[in-house]
Design a protein around this ligand. Structure first.
Ligand SMILES: [Zn+2]
Length: 398
């Protein structure tokens, strides 16, 4: 099922309990309370926090293992990348061994990469580490760590045990680095499992306005030239990662569409990229504000053949059929026979477009995939341009 289901109103994310068990029977425990600093200023128009260093997540707790004992632990992490175009994310740990680090995340096609550089104070052996992470999917990650005199290759697999609990399995091999004659300390190969449980309350979602309020505001959709295009399953996906291959292709379409829209003078908001740490509740509250200000919010999805609606369609629009944009989007693919009022985004004046059959995309060669993304992006572009010109004409007519 592609659209986000309604989840219980208040959940998770204030307390974090992590345990790690390794093949050498060493174990580590981390218990902490997460604070978002300061949490009071709210989101800006583009879903970013109003001050660019906000939110800073601060974790206060204890950390330790069988070899080190327990000690107090503080980690400060800017959740919004800073330093202009470099978009670096500073991270600082204050504990028995203070660490400062900086991280840069970027994507190449559907692949996500992260480069991290960190410096540990007061350790003789490994004062610095450079780490490259390649994430081919939400589950699999390959990591290379280069430290002062050794390289560690790691394979990680994530698995969500529940909406609030995740496990990461890790296999690692250590190798000496650059003809170093220093022996590698510890075991040369190891494995571990890392379990994280989130506890506590989460931001609450505001009650949606009456449907008529969103419908009225949608009359201004074409005028503002500001639009949100969000690939499905990127904001706070939890266990909802969509049909196989869907998430990646949602992103490919959105990237094509964003380029087209920008070239045609639209300001495109991308909360998936610019505010990736939003909780689902924060996102829904923000969607409601956007659509009420006359800025459309379009979420791109796809689904597998098994997700057919009662009329046998896989593709189609989910949203208020009285909103002009939704009718334009549905011109070629129709509306899906699903109650749009049951879903968070359409209920708040946004629209979900189930734009492709994910099973078909999985069968495609890379060049066909690129073509398909261009074709779908082009169709969506035409629909958006049509409402823009219609409201423009209306304005002149008035
Ligand atoms: Zn979906």
């Amino acid at each position: 099922m592609s659209p986000q289901p309604s989840i219980s109103k208040k959940q998770i994310h204030k307390w974090k309990v992590q345990t790690m068990l390794t093949t050498g029977f060493a174990s580590e425990l981390k218990v902490g309370r997460i604070f978002l600093l300061p949490d009071c200023l709210g989101l800006g128009e583009d879903a970013r926090w109003r001050w660019k260093w906000i939110p800073i997540s601060m974790l206060l707790g204890i950390k330790g293992g069988t070899s080190t004992g327990l000690y107090p632990y503080v980690r400060l992490k800017s959740l919004t990348p800073a330093f202009g175009k470099l978009a670096l994310q500073p991270i600082m740990e204050i504990s028995a061994i203070p660490v400062i680090g900086i991280c840069k995340k970027f994507s190449v096609g559907p692949n996500m990469f992260a480069i991290r550089a960190s410096l540990k104070a007061g350790t003789e052996g490994v004062p610095w580490t450079l780490q490259l992470t390649w994430k081919s999917s939400e589950r699999d990650m390959l990591q290379t760590k280069v430290a002062s005199y050794m390289t560690v290759l790691e394979y990680l697999q994530r698995c969500a045990l529940s909406r609030t609990c995740k496990a990461v399995f890790r296999a690692a091999v250590k190798m000496p680095f650059l003809h170093s004659h220093r022996p590698v300390c510890g075991d040369t190969s190891s494995g571990s499992v890392h379990i994280t449980q989130y506890l506590g309350l989460r931001a609450s979602r505001d009650k949606p306005l009456p449907t008529i309020a969103y419908l009225k505001a949608s009359e201004r959709f074409g005028q503002s030239k500001t639009i949100t295009i969000c690939p499905g399953h990127f904001i706070d996906p939890g266990n909802e990662s969509g049909a196989p291959g869907e998430r990646e292709f949602n992103l490919e379409i959105v990237n094509v569409l964003e380029k087209d829209l920008s070239a045609n003078g639209w300001r495109v908001l991308r909360p998936d990229r610019d505010a990736p740490n939003l909780s689902w509740e924060e996102y829904l509250n923000w969607v409601s504000k956007q659509t009420c200000s006359g800025h459309p919010v379009v979420e791109i999805h796809g689904q597998g053949s098994s997700a057919m609606d009662s009329k046998g369609s896989v593709v189609g629009v989910i949203g208020d059929p009285y909103i002009m944009l939704n009718r334009e989007l549905a011109r070629n693919i129709g509306f899906l026979n699903i109650d749009w009022k049951e879903l968070g985004v359409p209920r708040r004046g946004g629209v979900i477009v189930e734009s492709f059959n994910a099973d078909e995309i999985l069968q495609m060669a890379p060049s066909q995939r690129v073509q398909a993304a261009r074709y779908i992006g082009g169709q969506l572009m035409d629909s958006i341009q049509r409402i823009s010109s219609k409201t423009d004409a209306k304005k002149i007519g008035d």
